[in-house]
Design a protein around this ligand. Structure first.
Ligand SMILES: [Mg+2]
Length: 271
């Protein structure tokens, strides 16, 4: 990198593909996270996960040997709850999602109700989704007065043994049945979750960068939020598919590093 990183005061870090691969932590990345923090770089983790609460995610970090507090975590479940409660305090919501999402919705004072009483339809992944949940979500979707919020727009999720359905399973089914798409999407690349992360850092946009492994998720989210973008080749994007993926997406990251460790060294060397 030719230019230095004097401007950099805070980083928004993606989790899967940056700090870990699935349940496996990347030890050098965890070391890098600690180095960056010690050097005074503010950090917030941002994840599109739609099934876990912050409490569950903090447990995962502890397994990795990291102490990450609630204030360092913006998960799409939590960001969705914050968004809705700012729009309508104590709103009545119905969700297709799992307990982790429900926990975050309740934490923000939202009321989880029978679908017939709901003002909001909140769509998130659910590994136990069934015909009844689809039926209730369908009926809400057909009601124009109900506000339809999707936790993230992820079509599929790259699991260790291959792709698994993301929130796209539900968004796609509802779309095919009704022709309706979500009124609001919270997770990356939406700038809604990014704005909450920047707000949490308490920095100006020109002092912040996002680090992630997916061009059309993380890099695009950074562009949408008007901050600098760092792509790491330690997850979905790697050194073999990088050029093809940049060309296909038409989205170019500001900086590319093999992993968070190389990034941290480069950033700290220039400061
Ligand atoms: Mg990722």
């Amino acid at each position: 990198m030719m230019d230095g990183f004097d401007w950099l005061r805070g980083l928004i870090l993606d989790i899967d593909g940056v700090i870990s691969r699935g349940r496996k932590p990347l030890p050098e990345a965890i070391e890098a996270y600690k180095m960056l923090k010690e050097a005074g770089i503010k950090i917030v983790f941002v994840s599109n996960n739609s099934t876990r609460s912050r409490r569950i995610m903090m447990g995962r970090f502890r397994e990795f040997g990291m102490e990450v507090g609630e204030e360092e975590l913006i998960i799409a479940t939590h960001a969705t709850a914050v968004y809705i409660s700012r729009e309508r305090k104590n709103a009545r919501v119905y969700t297709t999602g799992e307990e982790g999402l429900k926990e975050e919705l309740r934490n923000e004072g939202l009321r989880i109700v029978d679908y017939r009483d709901a003002e909001y339809l909140v769509v998130g992944s659910n590994r136990g989704i069934n015909f009844q949940i689809f039926t209730e979500a369908l009926r809400l979707c057909l009601n124009e007065e109900v506000r339809y919020v999707a936790v993230n727009p992820d079509r599929v999720f790259p699991a260790e043994d291959g792709p698994i359905p993301g929130t796209g399973l539900v968004i796609g089914a509802l779309y095919w049945m009704t022709g309706r798409e979500p009124d609001v999407i919270i997770g990356k690349p939406s700038r809604i979750i990014m704005d909450q992360a920047i707000e949490r850092l308490g920095l100006r946009r020109e002092e912040v960068g996002i680090v992630g492994d997916q061009i059309e998720v993380d890099v695009l989210a950074g562009k949408n939020a008007g901050i600098k973008t760092f792509l790491v080749l330690s997850g979905v994007t790697n050194k073999d598919n990088y050029e093809e993926r940049v060309k296909r997406s038409g989205v170019e990251p500001d900086f590319v590093f093999s992993d968070l460790y190389e990034l941290a060294h480069s950033v700290l060397a220039s400061k």
